[in-house]
Ligand binder design. Structure first.
Ligand SMILES: Nc1ncnc2c1ncn2[C@@H]1O[C@H](COP(=O)(O)OP(=O)(O)OP(=O)(O)O)[C@@H](O)[C@H]1O
Length: 245
C-alpha cells in the first residue's frame, strides 16, 4: 500500500449499523442450505467466516449483502442500510481501462465529473496501480485485478466490505497486499466480513470468527477463543485440518 488517500473521496463514516439475522434461512428445492439462523454483526469488527467446502459461507455472505433474500426469517439492518461493497474470488471488472473502471464507479456514485479523474488517480496510486492506469482491466494479473477491485471499493467508502475468498488464487505478495488493504479499510472504520479457507490468514486478520458447517453457524466467537478453545467438535477437527466437508 502506498500513500494514504488524503482527500477521502467521500463523506466520513458514521457508526456502522448492526446487521441482524433473525431466524433467517435459505432453502433450495427442499434442501436447507442455511438453517434458521439468528445472530448480529455489529461494530467495526473483522469477521472471518470459516468452514469446509459447501458449509454455506458464500451463501451467508450473499444473504448479508442482500444479493439473496432469505426463504424465511429476516436479514435486517438496524436503520438505513449502509454503503456496502463486495469483493469476489474472481474479480468482476468492466471491459474498460483500469482507470475507467474507477471513473465509472465514481460516476455511478454521482461524484461530479471534474473530481473523478483526480480521485481515481489517487486510488490507483494508493493501490500501486498508477503505472497500469490505461491498460485494459481484464488483462491485469489476478493480483492486480484484485487490487483494482479493492481500489474501486475504497472509492465507494463503504461502511461494510464483504470479501468472498479474495486471496484464494493469489501468490504470497499479492495476498499480503490484499490483507494490508483489508486492514486499512478496517482502520478507516469499515466493518469487514470475509470468507477464507486459510487458517493462518484468519489468525492474522480476525477479530471474531463465524464457523459454519452443513448450513449452520456453529460458532460466532472472538477469534482468540475460537482458535484456543473451539466449542464444537467440527471446529476442533477443522482447525486440526481433519474436517474436509
Ligand atoms: N443461490 C443458490 N441456489 C441454490 N443452491 C445454492 C445457492 N448458493 C449456494 N448453493 C448451495 O449451497 C451450498 C453451500 O454453498 P456455498 O457456496 O455457500 O458454500 P461455501 O461454504 O462458500 O463453500 P466453498 O468453501 O466451497 O466456497 C452448496 O451446496 C451450494 O451448491
Amino acid at each position: 500500500m502506498n500513500a494514504p488517500l488524503t482527500s477521502s473521496s467521500l463523506t466520513p463514516l458514521a457508526d456502522v449499523p448492526a446487521l441482524h439475522f433473525q431466524q433467517a434461512s435459505f432453502t433450495h428445492r427442499g434442501h436447507a442450505l442455511l438453517v434458521p439462523t439468528t445472530l448480529t454483526l455489529s461494530g467495526c469488527q473483522r469477521t472471518l467466516i470459516m468452514g469446509p467446502n459447501g458449509a454455506g459461507k458464500s451463501l451467508f455472505m450473499r444473504l448479508a449483502h442482500g444479493l439473496l433474500s432469505p426463504s424465511s426469517g429476516q436479514v435486517r439492518w438496524e436503520g438505513k442500510p449502509p454503503v456496502q461493497a463486495m469483493v469476489f474470488q474472481r474479480p468482476v471488472l468492466l471491459r474498460r481501462s483500469v482507470i475507467d473502471n474507477l471513473r465509472y464507479a465514481l460516476a455511478v456514485k454521482d461524484v461530479p465529473r471534474p473530481k473523478r479523474q483526480a480521485l481515481a488517480l489517487q486510488a490507483l496510486e494508493k493501490f500501486g496501480l498508477a503505472a497500469l492506469a490505461k491498460r485494459p482491466a481484464r488483462v491485469l494479473s489476478g493480483g492486480e485485478q484484485q487490487r483494482l477491485t479493492l481500489a474501486r471499493a475504497w472509492l465507494l467508502n463503504p461502511a461494510v466490505l464483504f470479501l468472498d475468498e479474495p486471496t484464494s488464487a493469489l501468490d504470497p505478495a499479492a495476498i499480503k497486499a490484499v490483507e494490508d488493504a483489508v486492514n486499512e479499510f478496517h482502520q478507516s472504520g469499515t466493518r469487514i466480513v470475509m470468507t477464507t479457507h486459510d487458517l493462518h490468514q484468519a489468525k492474522r486478520l480476525a477479530d471474531d470468527v463465524l464457523f459454519m458447517y452443513g448450513g449452520q453457524v456453529l460458532e460466532h466467537t472472538p477469534a482468540e477463543r475460537f482458535f484456543d478453545a473451539p466449542t464444537s467438535s467440527q471446529a476442533r477437527a477443522f482447525i486440526r485440518g481433519e474436517l474436509v466437508w
